[in-house]
Design a protein around this ligand. Structure first.
Ligand SMILES: Nc1ncnc2c1ncn2[C@@H]1O[C@H](COP(=O)(O)OP(=O)(O)OP(=O)(O)O)[C@@H](O)[C@H]1O
Length: 257
């Protein structure tokens, strides 16, 4: 389980971007973080794997506080956290298979990684993962010749190659058409269920969050204003999450552990 407790982040001296952020995300579930532009969604994801250093709080992944990890421990923890990005972050001239194999880089020695030395077992696994995301026929195609939706699926296979406990997805469908959006979201939900992964997704599209998420975290101006099952999200909750001004201090919480 992921537990974020009292997380605070200030950019510069006065830009308070996260204020006492508390939420949990469970294995086997899709958890969507929703909120207006600038609310702090990306800052939360980047804090979780310590791409940015937050100021205070706890980030517990299976009871290990990521914030307290030393460099070697952090490298190990990060290896089990997959990342999915809006712009896919693939290496364009390389094939889909080569990009998926890059998911193993964190587990290899620098030399083996630099020389692109992968075992037959790793290649077989990468091909299997491409099959899982429906891209078995594209393994040897350069990534810049794939559609956006196909590239995002390569990104998912690359994350799976890390044998993740958790996948953090930052606006994974923002550049995709509705058909590709459905394919990608169906895959993410299925992965959560079948592999018991924690899937945490920043989303701008409320309708997609409502359709695919089991759990919703609503944030406005750096503060959590709702956390609970998707079935508890109604118009009042959405108005609170997307309100223009930061006048309300109300926090709606349902069935939190
Ligand atoms: N590197 C930075 N330096 C200073 N302020 C930053 C930095 N990164 C983000 N911020 C500020 O922190 C706040 C939260 O930003 P963040 O990108 O986390 O929001 P978001 O909810 O992901 O927004 P969007 O939906 O538009 O991507 C914003 O006010 C933003 O301007």
């Amino acid at each position: 389980m992921l537990k974020v407790i009292q997380l605070d982040k200030t950019y510069g001296s006065d830009k308070h971007s996260l204020q006492s952020v508390d939420f949990t995300a469970q294995p086997g579930e899709v958890t969507a973080i929703i909120g207006p532009s600038g609310a702090g969604k990306t800052t939360i994801l980047r804090s979780i794997n310590q791409l940015i250093r937050d100021d205070s709080g706890q980030i517990l992944l299976d009871d290990q506080d990521i914030r307290q990890a030393n460099k070697a421990e952090l490298r190990k923890i990060r290896h089990h956290i997959g990342m999915i990005f809006q712009n896919y972050n693939l290496i364009s001239p390389l094939t889909a298979l080569e990009n998926v194999l890059h998911g193993r880089l964190g587990a290899k020695s620098t030399i083996a990684g630099m020389l692109g030395l992968y075992s037959d077992a790793e290649k077989t696994e990468a091909l299997e993962l491409l099959k899982e995301v429906g891209l078995q026929d594209y393994a040897y195609q350069r990534c810049d010749q794939l559609s956006g939706g196909q590239q995002q699926r390569v990104g998912i296979a690359r994350a799976l190659m890390q044998h993740p406990k958790m996948i953090l997805c930052d606006e994974p469908i923002a550049s995709l058409d509705p058909k590709s959006t459905k394919i990608v979201m169906d895959i993410l939900r299925q992965l959560a269920r079948e592999k018991q992964l924690i899937i945490l997704i920043n989303l701008h599209q409320v309708d997609i969050a409502m359709e695919y998420a089991d759990h919703v975290v609503g944030i406005n101006s750096g503060k959590i204003v709702f956390t609970g099952p998707t079935s508890d999200v109604d118009d009042t909750v959405l108005q609170n999450i997307y309100r223009q001004t930061d006048t309300s201090e109300s926090v709606v919480s349902a069935n939190e552990n």
